[in-house]
Design a protein around this ligand. Structure first.
Ligand SMILES: NC(=O)c1ccc[n+]([C@@H]2O[C@H](COP(=O)([O-])OP(=O)(O)OC[C@H]3O[C@@H](n4cnc5c(N)ncnc54)[C@H](OP(=O)(O)O)[C@@H]3O)[C@@H](O)[C@H]2O)c1
Length: 216
């Protein structure tokens, strides 16, 4: 059972839709039960047969086996301590990039812990935090007619948790997962999102990432 914390936004809904299509059971988390219910009904409209339910973040965190953090960076210091007990011993996948956009220009924001994912590991001390899915755009995920073709770079210090997230990501057709290293690498993965956003703006498109030079 996969829970999407802040799963009412485009990134959480997009990942949830793709994982539901791949046969995973999905829980959509929100700060509001009404917004969770709306997102669930939208996803059920796209995928009528899929096992999708929802609830407030705290509740779905208890029920799920794996948690995805799909909230803006600004929300995590307040929200994550409330999920720490439920997340203990579980894999937590941070998709969060600490970015800001000023006059149309994207910037990586300094995070004292190094990255949003490393901060999440501090806020969820007993969880097995892995960073992944920073570079796949929400709207491409949500458009189920769009054929994905990208690499997902996965970083984490818990080898078993990282391998589990890599195997999970491979269930989505068109995604290859690569082991990018320890959790500290998330500071570079998150910052690189600013490069993709800048390219998107200049070329009026949605870019993603593919690495050459690694077979398989
Ligand atoms: N958008 C993309 O293409 C993309 C791609 C890769 C990674 N990401 C990452 O995914 C995360 C979510 O992106 P998004 O575009 O889906 O963001 P979003 O729409 O701004 O936020 C997602 C959800 O987070 C909840 N939320 C908002 N502010 C919050 C706060 N202060 N505290 C707790 N929850 C809050 C809201 O849900 P409720 O109001 O229902 O609680 C909202 O629907 C970001 O960290 C981003 O870096 C995004």
């Amino acid at each position: 059972m996969l829970a999407f914390i802040g799963g009412t936004g485009p990134e959480g809904m997009g990942l949830a839709a793709r994982f539901a299509l791949a046969g995973e059971a999905i829980l959509i988390g929100s700060r509001s039960p009404e917004r969770a219910a709306e997102a669930v009904s939208r996803l059920r409209g796209m995928l009528p047969e899929a096992p999708i339910a929802g609830g407030v973040n705290e509740e779905v965190a208890v029920r799920a086996d794996i948690l995805f953090l799909t909230i803006p960076y600004d929300g995590q210091q307040e929200l994550l301590p409330r999920l720490a007990e439920a997340a203990a011993g579980k894999i937590v996948v941070s998709t969060v990039s600490a970015l800001k956009v000023e006059r149309g220009r994207p910037y990586a924001r300094p995070v004292p812990a190094g990255s949003a994912a490393e901060e999440a590991a501090q806020l969820l001390p007993a969880a097995r935090v892995v960073g992944a899915f920073h570079h796949v755009g929400a709207h491409q995920l949500l458009d189920l007619n769009h054929e994905l073709d990208c690499d997902i770079l996965v970083a984490g210090d818990d080898r078993e948790a990282k391998e589990a997230v890599m195997a999970l990501g491979r269930k989505i057709p068109g995604i290859r997962t690569l082991d990018a290293g320890g959790l500290y690498i998330c500071r570079y993965l998150e910052a690189f999102t600013a490069v993709l956003l800048s390219l998107n703006r200049r070329y009026r498109t949605t870019t993603t990432l593919k690495i050459v030079g690694i077979n398989g």
